[in-house]
Design a protein around this ligand. Structure first.
Ligand SMILES: NC(=O)c1ccc[n+]([C@@H]2O[C@H](COP(=O)([O-])OP(=O)(O)OC[C@H]3O[C@@H](n4cnc5c(N)ncnc54)[C@H](OP(=O)(O)O)[C@@H]3O)[C@@H](O)[C@H]2O)c1
Length: 273
């Protein structure tokens, strides 16, 4: 199995594989446990989960109890709580479910409205809870996920967050300037929905099965994301081990896209539906 290339996760200083795993979907899948095992076997040591992803932390904890955790394992979880007490309570529950003594990265989940931003940044807000947990040695680093550009911008520039999770793909290139800004501030960038989400990938798979041989493929979508040097890690979701094997094969042997190829893929992506 080839080693996955690693990138620095911003100011955390952690070196993470450029291919991670978004573990939102494995729990309801009959092959969810196998998918996680396949990812760990392949050296995918960055796994994103959340309190909110029903059963995800439990499944990861179950799989990790079966064998020694791989070197450099970096688990990232999230809380939807907006208060300091709620966030600390969630961290305690994450630690128990994952079976860990500490978690490398803990994020504020989906802070996408001004109200949510005000709440988490309040002196009794969730950020304060994460800072207390970091002080207590329960988590190492603090991140935030958001679907709103203005909030990602504030999160990058306020100096409180080590990482941001944002959507970025050939379907959604609008966040490229935020990735540049994160690089300027040495904030790690975790890319959610790198292959466009389950609806689009299902449509793509159908087209490919029907004979489509154009550029809009999961492999090219990953190449697009990795071609941006400001990206630290892409976390495609998966319910089946075969997706892991395909994405690992792409990660083992990809070449950067030039500007023309990137624009062409964006145009093709815009035509999918
Ligand atoms: N913070 C937030 O608010 C937030 C929001 C959304 C997502 N996320 C994070 O981002 C992760 C990924 O997001 P996502 O799952 O919505 O979008 P995604 O990764 O862009 O798309 C996932 C879909 O791609 C399919 N897929 C993956 N690799 C494939 C391949 N090689 N060939 C064909 N299909 C492939 C998967 O299929 P199968 O499922 O059939 O295997 C799944 O349906 C989540 O797991 C989560 O960790 C965070």
């Amino acid at each position: 199995m080839p080693d996955l290339k690693r990138r620095r996760l911003g100011r955390t200083g952690l070196m993470v594989p450029e291919l991670g795993l978004g573990a939102m979907d494995p729990p309801p899948s009959p092959e969810g446990g196998e998918t996680l095992r396949a990812a760990l076997d392949a050296g995918i040591t960055f796994i994103d989960t959340a309190r909110e992803y029903a059963g995800s932390e439990m499944l990861i904890g179950q799989v990790l109890r079966e064998f020694d955790a791989p070197a450099g394992l970096c688990l990232a979880s999230k809380t939807f709580s907006r208060t300091a007490n709620g966030a600390q309570y969630d961290i305690d529950r994450s630690l128990r479910a994952l079976g860990r003594e500490r978690i490398a990265l803990y994020q504020l989940h989906d802070v996408s409205t001004d109200e949510a931003w005000e709440a988490v940044m309040h002196e009794d807000g969730a950020l304060a809870g994460l800072q207390t947990a970091r002080y207590r040695g329960l988590i190492d680093h603090i991140g935030i996920s958001s679907h709103t550009a203005d909030i990602v911008r504030k999160a990058i520039t306020c100096g409180e967050f080590d990482t941001v999770m944002l959507e970025y793909s050939a379907f959604y290139p609008a966040t490229a300037p935020l990735i540049d800004l994160a690089a300027e501030h040495d904030v790690g960038v975790i890319v959610m929905r790198p292959v466009g989400g389950s609806g689009r990938t299902s449509a793509m798979r159908g087209r490919i099965a029907g004979g489509y041989d154009g550029p809009l493929t999961p492999a090219n979508l990953l190449r697009y994301v990795w071609s941006n040097p400001g990206v630290s890690v892409a976390i495609p979701g998966a319910r089946y081990p075969s997706r892991i094997h395909e994405n690992v094969a792409t990660a083992a042997d990809w070449s950067p896209m030039d500007e023309a190829e990137r624009r062409a893929l964006e145009a093709e992506a815009a035509r999918l539906y």
